[in-house]
Structures are given as structure tokens and as C-alpha cells.
Write a protein that binds this ligand. Structure first.
Ligand code: ATP
Ligand code: MG
Length: 453
């Protein structure tokens, strides 16, 4: 039953409320032209067509949606017949992608309940693994609403009469800024544990609170994330940490014990007051990512992962050097492989990024060696800029010599040719003086007579 008391309301049975055109704030001019084209064409062909999910939710909140998803009663094949620029995708659930250059509008056929014999007939026979294999069952809009995760995500904008259909009290929850699962939370998390991450992601992104009943089962079920394919968690981790609310999302993930299953390596470096070097670095890199997203600068996942895993890497390298007697450099390389091998078990960072992560790490070792022509050569490295930005963050965490080193590189980059030469000359002199001292030290020295003997 739908209990309207906000604190205890549990959404078990859905009750549709239709909000007519003049009573909600969504106007067609806020919807992308391409999404409108798709909606209209489906509608003209006699199908039901709705804007759904984040598109409606964000428009109701007066924010710009990231993308526009569409739900319809047309099957993927019927959708394909209507659009020349259509591709069918998805193994878990077949979806139609309508392509407009780089813009992709996703069209999903209403999902039905699984399990019942009637609907089992049109289930995809190809689905063979994973939790949601029974998902490929088409249904009605009512059933589709029940399959959605949160009440605020179960709002449908109807292109036929411009009304909004609210199936689960989503408008009320939007007004009260509450993230609430549809149905029994534990059941819904067991069906798809990624919903735990989504709860946190939306809470951070929309500045909402996770309702008590929705929040309660999470810490105990967090371990279920270990069964999620690492490729899906990679995609999800980017949405969590690189969408402009990464720092807040990270804090919430920690609160809900959801961070450890994603980054087990980091968990060993976690402290009560969240202030270890690893934790400081995490906050720094997430804050800077958020700032870059806010100012529409490019962001690179490799940079974030490199920063996140840096202190665990250093610790591991020291351990290996100590245990095996390898040089620090060699131990560092072994540790770098270890770190990435372990991390990709939970989050499948693609190869193009792991290569870049290694570059950023290796350059950290080289940035302190600047004499002769080395500094000039480093400047020409493709990943120099990323490596330098990261060095600055390390300087911020550790202070001291690292901070000085980062400052040197900052000055060096900004300096003209003559000043650069001067800077390197100073280093050359210092390093030859050092060499000389070392040579002197190794020369057998005459012993001074000990006055006491
Ligand atoms: P975003 O702004 O990040 O795009 P969104 O709500 O649109 O947010 P999507 O991942 O694009 O999220 O999914 C679109 C819609 O599909 C959601 O609003 C929700 O209704 C439904 N959905 C997505 N993932 C799940 C899931 N794991 N379980 C149930 N419903 C889901
Ligand atoms: Mg979306």
C-alpha cells in the first residue's frame, strides 16, 4: 500500500497520479530537439512514447538533464522500422539507439514483470548470465514503472498530452528531496546491487537524502557488489566520481561502506578520521575533478585512478624493496603491476587508461632528476602535464621537498630560455658538488690521531 506519511511511506503498490500540462514546469523547449523528434515519430506511428528517468526528474528540478531517455510500447524491431538511424544494442536488455551525429537518444521498450508464464514467452532466449537475465520481457507502462529503481526516476512525460505520470509518489519525493526505492529495498538491492551505488550517486548529485528504509540495508549488502562484472563497475565508478559531485559521492560511499568493495586496495589505508595520506589525496583529486567538471575542462579517468592508488603503490614498492632486495625502481615497477592487476579485478580500467596511469607513476620518479638535459626531455613527454599536476598534489599532501620540487617545475615551465638555462645550471653545480663530496668520502682518509689515545 501507498502510505502517504513521508517518513514511513513504503512504495509497494503503485498508484498513478497524472499531473496535467499546466500543473508542472516541463516545457518542450527544455527538451532536446532530437528527443522530441523521436517522441513525435513514435507517437504519430500510433505508439505510446514518454520521456522518462533522469530527463524528466532533472527538468522537474529545473536543472539541465544529462541525456534524454525514452520509453515506449513499441518493440525494438518496431522502433527500428521507424528510424533509419537506429541501432539495436544491449545484451541484458535490448534497447534502440537513435543516432543523430554524436547525440544518441536511447529508446527502451516498457519492461514487464519476469517470472510469470505469460510473459516468459517473449523473453530473450539468449540471455544466459547475470542477475537481470529475466529482464528482457516486455510489458505495460505500469509494469515498467515498477521495475524502475527510485520514485523520482519513475516519472513519465507523455508526448501525447504533455502530462506527467507519477507512479510512485516521485513528485512528492522530489519536493522533499528524498531518494526512495520502489518496492522492498533489500529485494531490490539483491536483484541488482548497483542500485546501492545509484542511491548514493543521486543523493550526492541532487543534494537529497536517502530515505531511512532505503539506506538501512546498504552496509550489510555492500559486499554484493563483488559479484558485479568489473566492466559495469568501471562505467559506474566514472558516473560516481567524475560527474561533478565526486567528493560528496565519495564521502557518502564511505558512510555506507560502499567504497571498499570498489577499491579494496585503498581500504587498507583508511583511518577513523579519514586523514591518511591516501585519504587526503583522494579528497584532493576528487575536489579538483569536480572543479574541472564545473568549469568544463577536460577530465581524464587515468589521472584520477593514478592519484587514488599512489600511496598504496608507494607502500607496496617499499615492502617489495625491503623483502626482495630489489632496487627501489624495480620494486616500484613490480608494485605498479600488482596495484593495477588487483584494481582491475573490481573495476575494469581499460588498457588505454592503465597505460597512462603507468606513465604518470613512472614520471613521478623521473621528475626529481632534472640536471643536464633531463628537465628539457621531461618537458617533451606526452604525459608531462598530467605528471606535473599530480606532483603538485603530492606536494600539497606531503609538503617539504616535494612542494619545492613542484614549485621548481612550475617556475621552469613559465621561465624563458635563459632563465631555464640558469635554473638547470644551478642544479648542475649542486649535483657536481654532491658528486665531488661523495668521491671525497670514498677516498681513504688519513686518520687524525686521536688525542685521547
Ligand atoms: P542520469 O542523470 O545519471 O542519466 P538517470 O536516472 O537518467 O540519471 P540512467 O542510468 O540514465 O539514470 O537510467 C535511466 C532510467 O532507467 C533511470 O531513471 C531509472 O528509471 C532506470 N534505471 C536505470 N538503472 C536502473 C537499475 N539498475 N534498476 C532499475 N531501474 C534503473
Ligand atoms: Mg539518463
Amino acid at each position: 500500500m501507498l502510505n502517504r506519511d513521508n517518513k514511513t511511506r513504503e512504495v509497494t503498490d503503485l498508484k498513478l497520479e497524472v499531473i496535467p500540462r499546466q500543473e508542472h514546469g516541463i516545457s518542450r523547449k527544455d527538451i532536446s530537439e532530437n528527443a522530441l523528434k523521436v517522441l513525435y515519430r513514435l507517437n504519430k506511428a500510433g505508439f505510446e512514447a514518454y520521456l522518462v528517468g533522469g530527463g524528466v526528474r532533472d527538468l522537474m528540478l529545473n536543472t539541465q538533464p544529462k541525456d534524454f531517455d525514452i520509453a515506449t510500447n513499441a518493440t525494438p524491431d518496431e522502433v527500428r522500422k521507424l528510424f533509419r538511424n537506429c541501432r539495436l544494442v544491449g545484451r541484458r536488455f535490448r534497447l534502440a539507439h537513435i543516432l543523430f551525429g554524436r547525440d544518441v537518444i536511447e529508446v527502451a521498450t516498457f519492461r514487464g514483470h519476469h517470472g510469470s508464464e505469460a510473459s516468459e514467452k517473449n523473453a530473450s532466449s539468449q540471455s544466459n548470465d547475470g542477475m537481470l537475465l529475466r529482464d528482457n520481457v516486455y510489458g505495460t507502462i505500469d509494469e515498467d514503472a515498477e521495475r524502475r529503481d527510485f520514485t523520482v526516476n519513475a516519472l513519465y512525460y507523455n508526448i501525447d498530452d504533455f502530462s506527467v505520470r507519477d507512479y510512485a509518489g516521485g513528485v512528492e519525493d522530489l519536493n522533499n528531496r528524498v531518494i526512495r526505492l520502489i518496492g522492498d529495498p533489500e529485494t531490490r538491492y539483491r536483484e541488482d546491487p548497483v542500485r546501492m551505488l545509484r542511491a548514493v550517486r543521486f543523493a550526492a548529485k541532487l543534494d537529497m537524502t536517502v530515505n531511512d528504509a532505503t539506506a538501512a540495508p546498504i552496509p550489510a549488502l555492500a559486499h554484493l557488489l563483488r559479484d558485479i562484472p568489473a566492466a559495469r563497475l568501471f562505467e559506474e565508478s566514472l558516473k560516481l566520481l567524475q560527474s561533478g559531485h565526486g567528493l560528496q559521492t565519495y564521502k557518502l560511499l564511505r558512510d555506507f561502506d560502499l567504497f571498499t568493495p570498489l577499491f579494496p586496495i585503498l581500504a587498507e589505508h583508511f583511518t577513523e578520521d579519514r586523514n591518511s595520506k591516501s585519504e587526503q589525496m583522494l579528497e584532493l583529486v576528487l575536489r579538483s575533478t569536480d572543479e574541472r567538471v564545473a568549469t568544463e575542462q577536460r577530465i581524464n579517468p587515468a589521472f584520477m585512478f593514478a592519484a587514488m592508488l599512489w600511496y598504496p603503490l608507494e607502500t607496496r614498492a617499499e615492502e617489495i624493496a625491503f623483502e626482495s632486495g630489489l632496487s627501489y625502481y624495480d620494486a616500484f615497477m613490480v608494485a605498479a603491476n600488482d596495484m593495477l592487476d588487483e584494481q582491475v579485478k573490481t573495476i575494469a580500467i581499460p588498457r588505454r587508461f592503465t597505460a597512462m596511469i603507468r606513465d604518470i607513476w613512472q614520471l613521478q620518479l623521473r621528475l626529481s632528476r632534472r640536471s643536464g638535459t633531463r628537465a628539457y626531455k621531461l618537458l617533451e613527454q606526452q604525459k608531462f602535464r598530467a605528471a606535473f599536476d599530480f606532483l603538485e598534489m603530492r606536494g600539497e599532501v606531503e609538503g617539504g621537498q616535494l612542494k619545492e620540487l613542484a614549485q621548481w617545475w612550475d617556475d621552469f615551465q613559465k621561465a624563458d630560455r635563459d632563465s631555464r638555462n640558469d635554473m638547470v645550471q644551478v642544479l648542475n653545480k649542486a649535483s657536481s658538488a654532491k658528486k665531488l663530496r661523495r668521491r671525497r668520502k670514498t677516498k681513504p682518509r688519513r686518520r687524525k690521531p686521536n688525542p685521547e689515545s
